[in-house]
Design a protein around this ligand. Structure first.
Ligand SMILES: Cc1cc2nc3c(=O)[nH]c(=O)nc-3n(C[C@H](O)[C@H](O)[C@H](O)COP(=O)(O)OP(=O)(O)OC[C@H]3O[C@@H](n4cnc5c(N)ncnc54)[C@H](O)[C@@H]3O)c2cc1C
Length: 412
């Protein structure tokens, strides 16, 4: 067994892990980054990034890189339900100015690779690729001191650090070992993902709400369209169809989308990912913290997971930097991270959960679309909220809602 010591050990090199690593390395710390997979690796995702992600990418020094690999500009969302269709754009809301009038969409194997390479370029990050973290190391008082990871050849590493970070995604081993992972049972969903070429597509992402789930699609690099079908697990099981046939079945039931998609060519397998939603009871510990999906995850209807991962990583890296300089390893030293989470992430995740609850009631969705179809400014406001740049405090201002409810016109 090889034993190595670092300032911080991070399990998971997705957006949360590699950007936490980059920020810590930039602050002068030595970081071990461990990922079970080899990169570039596929990650099931709608592949849409909200406008507020773009300034974060600029801060990470990868804005030009992401543009260069062909990120597509996504100028708003087309929402379909029960034969109705509304379009929302990313606009200024009250005093909140849109940082960009678009988000981006890019294949995750391409995007995550850009973030990882940027972390490795700092020179302060050692990457252990193909090593699955399987156990936390703890001192007698319970403080986390590192982790053990193993590769396919059976080689075991013992990585020690003042802090150990779980950035290992929705099925986080670190969160499980810390005993804080709680699956959200009522949100028991499955997702099927794939991509198509040669589909006539504009500059918008689309969400098509169904009785038991939704399709979400975005144009990505390479002239492709990324397609996700998210369904209640029970509904998927009820049909008993294999993935490819299940996707075809629901595309047939969704002609507004299905007809265009089927005119194209599927270029990827239909991949499935099972029940995803979970929360965590705590995110900071003596010697450890959770970030990104590992810290909690809502189903992806509003497409904010990448923002949560990057914003969480920014806040965590700042808190870790202060704690390490103060030679502290206790959970309380990471309080500033929790403050940012409760201001920037928790309320947005709660809104997304609320939306998921509403989607369980088709009559509510139908009624909501009836209202939205006559209120384009309201649609813009709601879509802009999912763009992650509207502080939720702004939503307490009556003038925002007055304008949203009374202003006519806009693009339908
Ligand atoms: C169907 C679907 C559609 C989505 N659509 C969108 C969207 O359009 N927009 C959006 O913003 N978000 C979307 N999301 C959410 C988004 O994909 C996640 O929120 C985001 O990937 C979180 O990043 P992360 O770094 O926390 O985790 P991940 O990206 O999952 O990265 C975790 C990494 O940890 C590694 N790992 C796992 N276990 C271990 C271990 N034991 N040891 C070492 N490494 C390990 C994995 O290999 C992986 O590389 C979607 C999610 C799904 C499932």
């Amino acid at each position: 067994m090889v034993e190595l010591a670092f300032d911080v050990v991070i399990a998971g090199a997705g957006p949360a892990g590699s950007t936490t690593a980059q920020r810590l390395a930039r602050a002068g710390f030595r970081v071990a980054l461990v990922d079970a997979q080899r990169f570039p690796r596929f990650k099931p995702c709608g592949e849409f990034m909200s406008p507020e992600v773009l300034p974060l990418l600029r801060d990470l020094g990868v804005f030009d890189d992401v543009q260069r690999v062909g990120a597509r500009e996504v100028r708003g969302m087309l929402l379909h339900a029960h034969g109705q269709r509304v379009h929302g754009r990313f606009v200024d809301v009250g005093r909140a100015l849109a940082p960009f009038d678009h988000g981006w969409a890019v294949r995750r194997e391409v995007f995550d690779e850009v973030l990882l390479r940027a972390a490795l370029r700092t020179g302060g990050v050692e990457f252990f690729e193909g090593f699955r973290a399987f156990e936390l190391l703890r001192a007698a008082d319970g403080t986390v001191e590192g982790l053990r990871a193993k590769n396919a050849g059976g080689e075991v590493l013992e990585l020690l650090g003042s802090f150990t970070i779980g950035a290992d995604g929705v099925r986080s081993m670190v969160a499980s070992e810390l005993g804080v992972r709680q699956p959200t049972k009522w949100l028991d969903k499955l997702a099927l993902t794939t991509r198509y070429s040669d589909v006539p597509w504009g500059e918008r992402a689309e969400v098509h709400f169904l009785e038991h789930g939704f399709f979400a699609c975005a144009p990505v690099d390479g002239g492709l369209v990324s397609l996700n079908l998210v369904l209640d697990a029970a509904e998927f099981a009820r049909t008993g169809l294999p993935r490819d046939e299940a996707l075809e079945h629901w595309l047939e039931l969704t002609p507004a989308l299905g007809q265009r998609i089927r005119a194209g060519r599927r270029v990827d397998p239909v991949r499935g990912i099972g029940s995803m939603a979970m929360t965590t009871r705590a995110q900071t510990f003596d010697g450890a913290a959770l970030v990104g999906d590992a810290s909690g995850y809502v189903d992806p209807v509003t497409g904010e997971g990448i923002f949560f991962a990057l914003k969480g990583a920014e806040a965590l890296a700042t808190a870790l930097t202060q704690a390490l300089h103060a030679r502290r390893r206790d959970a309380a030293a990471l309080a500033p991270y929790l403050e940012v989470r409760s201001r920037e992430i928790a309320p947005r995740a709660a809104l997304s959960t609320l939306l998921q609850r509403g989607l369980k009631h088709p009559s509510l969705v139908r009624a909501a679309f009836g209202v939205l179809a006559r209120r384009p400014r309201l649609v813009d406001t709601l879509v802009s909220i999912t763009g992650d740049y509207v502080p939720l405090s702004e939503l307490r201002r009556p003038s925002v809602w007055w304008r949203a409810l009374t202003e006519r016109g806009g693009v339908a």
